[in-house]
Design a protein around this ligand. Structure first.
Ligand SMILES: [Zn+2]
Length: 100
């Protein structure tokens, strides 16, 4: 099933997408050391980049994670996926990734 079909399913109220469409991110703030978590919804949050032939070539997602108000640091997470929505690369600004 293509990502577009998945998105359409979500918007049409389709069920059964399960938890597999959620990619959890866990980061540590560079400023205060707080551990923050966020979730990237692979169905809604990804931007598609198309190849010259018009087919989806890769996906990327930019996610802003912020603490609970004690700290004003904004942590920017950028995830890059290939055409199969497999995570290829991740970048972070303002914090570091916490590996489970
Ligand atoms: Zn902080």
């Amino acid at each position: 099933m293509s990502l577009l079909q998945r998105i359409l399913n979500v918007f049409s109220g389709g069920s059964g997408t399960g938890g597999s469409m959620l990619y959890p991110v866990k980061v540590k703030c560079n400023r205060c050391g707080e551990i923050l978590t966020g979730t990237v919804n692979l169905a809604n949050d990804l931007s598609v980049e198309y190849s010259p032939s018009g087919s989806p070539q890769s996906y990327s997602c930019r996610k802003i994670v912020q603490g609970n108000g004690r700290c004003f640091q904004t942590i920017e997470v950028v995830l890059h996926f290939d055409s199969h929505r497999t995570l290829k690369e991740k970048e972070i600004h303002g914090g570091t990734f916490v590996e489970e």
